[in-house]
Write a protein that binds this ligand. Structure first.
Ligand code: EPU
Length: 439
């Protein structure tokens, strides 16, 4: 297990390329199951989540290769084992989005039921309800969801709203299944996230008939078969937002290339409110902060609201703001593992249910901290950039799931982050202790 040693404070300045979106790539990789043949997906980032998903598709029978130019090629001609094994699903919940495409193409799928995770309970009841309404028989057996379509899938009207709004991967699952269902499907309260728009655009390229893309009502006219396609995923808006906060928290200036501000209006609005400038520049934007950070209220919501995947990073930023801010989490009300860790770095955060009151402090102070999930670890790295002293972030494998070589990219614009193996740190500690014992 690696750790990050971060020397702070630093001020960032320079240019950063934003990679392809992880959360768009995963369902688009699953969509390759729908069409027998070789799909080519461009701009898929090099991340551990992508490797795990490739392993999952490999277990089904697909052949996955990276061409020298980085394209991800998925040959789904042979799928002879429509099973999502526990060993993979327990490592990555997004594995659930093979369920819809497997059902649509094979009429049968078994996928391990995802368990809890660091950001909350994360049930999948709405996914299963939607697939049942399309005609699937679904039951649970030894921890596996077993879904079958004895009579094929048939289009229908499906309402996909839940207690926390729409569901992103639930919409992906039902949308993919409905492309090959008989007749027309209306998906009401569909997720409108840019990653779902990207999936729908990719499915359309494959021959699916989908109206209302980007709206909460998707209308799908089922077709007999889909063809493999070549498709380029959108840039990662969450990675872009994280680098925006990196510029803001260090009072620096970053130019982000390949960044779609259209997908980030709520984020840009909050940044400007806080006193950060965000200017459109060729192919991206320039983000900078000169004055102090003003307090702000942030409520996470499904798109086009403020994304839950940037809540932790903004909390790190607001923690050195000038006054009191309020952060309300309405998508994953328990997604606050970073709160206690940021407090270890001298932030002043108080949680009350799904709300955190952020009392701004003058400075953060370095400490050893523990990453608990992908976005929480990003928040700790951001805090480490401005904390006084050496911050050690443990369990950085969480951050490798969603940010490609983040330390190298931040170091290129002025950060001082060192990746070390936890063993070498522990080894160092053991030798210090034995030295002391000898003395
Ligand atoms: N929900 C239900 N029932 C369901 C499905 C969801 O009650 O059947 C609830 C969830 O518990 C949650 C809310 O609905 O309270 C929204 O969950 P959603 O299903 O939209 O989340 P997801 O599809 O599992 C994706 C992203 C997450 C991101 C969320 C919200 C991927 C691979 N994951 O998860 O990304 O936070 O949408 O935008 O696309 C991340 O990248 O760090 C990450 C966690």
């Amino acid at each position: 297990m690696d750790i990050f040693r971060i020397e702070g404070p630093v001020q960032l300045s320079g240019v950063v390329n934003i990679n392809g979106s992880k959360n768009a790539s995963l369902p688009i990789m699953a969509a390759a199951i729908l069409a027998a043949g070789e799909s080519v997906i461009k701009a898929v980032p090099y991340l551990s989540d992508i490797s795990i998903f490739s392993q999952l598709l490999g277990q089904l029978g697909c052949r996955i290769t990276r061409s020298p130019n980085g394209d991800l090629c998925i040959d789904s001609r042979v799928i002879d084992n429509p099973v999502g094994e526990y060993e993979i699903v327990r490592r990555m919940r997004a594995s659930i989005c093979i369920l819809g495409p497997l059902l649509a193409r094979y009429g049968r799928a078994e996928v391990s039921m995802p368990g809890g995770c660091a950001i909350g309970d994360r049930p999948i009841d709405i996914h299963l309800q939607g697939l049942r309404e399309l005609g699937a028989k679904v039951h649970l057996k030894n921890g596996y969801i077993v879904a079958e379509t004895p009579n094929g899938l048939t289009g229908c009207d499906i309402f996909m709203g839940g207690p926390f709004g729409s569901t992103v991967l639930g919409t992906a699952n039902v949308l993919m299944a409905s492309t090959l269902a008989k007749g027309k499907t209306i998906i009401e309260s569909a997720a409108c996230e840019p990653e779902i728009v990207d999936l729908a655009n990719c499915l359309t390229r494959m021959g699916a008939k989908i109206d209302g893309i980007g709206s909460p009502r998707l209308i799908v006219e089922g077709v007999k078969e889909l063809q493999p396609a070549e498709y380029q995923v959108i840039p990662d808006r969450i990675e872009a937002g994280t680098f925006m906060v990196a510029a803001a928290i260090t009072a620096g200036q970053l130019r982000l290339l390949d960044c779609r501000l259209d997908d980030m209006m709520a984020v840009v609005d909050r940044l400007r409110n806080i006193g950060v400038t965000v200017e459109v520049a060729d192919g991206g934007c320039v983000v900078a902060r000169r004055g102090s950070i003003k307090p702000a209220d942030i409520t996470t919501l499904p798109f086009p609201g403020f994304p839950t995947d940037l809540q932790a990073q903004f909390m790190a930023l607001l923690s050195i703001g000038e006054g009191n801010s309020v952060v309300i989490e309405k998508v994953f009300p328990d997604r606050f593992m970073h709160v206690a860790e940021l407090n270890r770095m001298a932030a002043n955060l108080r949680r009350e249910g799904p709300t955190v009151i952020v009392a701004g402090v003058k400075k953060l102070i370095a400490a050893p901290v523990m990453a608990s999930d992908l976005r929480a670890s990003a928040a700790l790295v951001l805090a480490g950039l401005v904390a006084e002293g050496t911050t050690v972030v443990n369990r950085v494998y969480h951050i490798d799931r969603g940010y490609e070589r983040i330390e190298e990219r931040l170091n290129l614009v002025g950060a001082k982050i060192f990746r070390e193996s936890a063993e070498s740190m522990a080894g160092g500690l053991t030798s210090k202790i034995s030295e002391r014992v000898e003395k």
